[in-house]
Design a protein around this ligand. Structure first.
Ligand code: 5GP
Ligand code: ZN
Length: 112
């Protein structure tokens, strides 16, 4: 399977690592859309939020335990936004589930 984020997780493609644990890998977005823009991905390939099931939701809960730790590492003390794009209408460009962590400044109040 040809997946950009699987290649990043394996270290085949370099990335700006921020955090890693047994379940997830977090790295800097190559094209930041806020002063701080990180991506957190499960180490196993899951296509999107839409593919989460009873089995994989355990991994998702681990990712959501990691997000506050990542936010502390990134000094996002005044808040941040977590976003996941899904499918064509959601403008998902990489088909490996990822959560954007955006912050470091006051974000737009427009969500779409
Ligand atoms: P999506 O549009 O699928 O929600 O988000 C994909 C994100 O991956 C985009 O914000 C894009 O900038 C980022 N991205 C795409 N290719 C690379 C890459 O090779 N390295 C890194 N670090 N980020 C990437
Ligand atoms: Zn993948």
């Amino acid at each position: 399977m040809d997946c950009l984020f699987c290649a990043i997780i394996k270290g085949e493609i370099p990335s700006g690592k921020i955090y890693e644990d047994e379940y997830c890998y977090c790295f800097k977005d190559i094209n930041p859309q806020a002063k701080v823009h990180a991506l957190v991905v499960p180490k196993v390939h899951i296509t999107s939020v839409d593919a989460i099931d009873e089995q994989s939701s355990v991994i998702i809960s681990k990712i959501f335990e990691a997000i506050p730790k990542i936010a502390r590492l990134l000094s996002l003390k005044d808040g941040y936004r977590v976003v996941s794009n899904i499918g064509d209408h959601g403008c998902q460009s990489v088909k490996h589930l990822h959560f954007h962590i955006l912050g470091g400044e006051r974000l737009s109040d427009k969500m779409a």
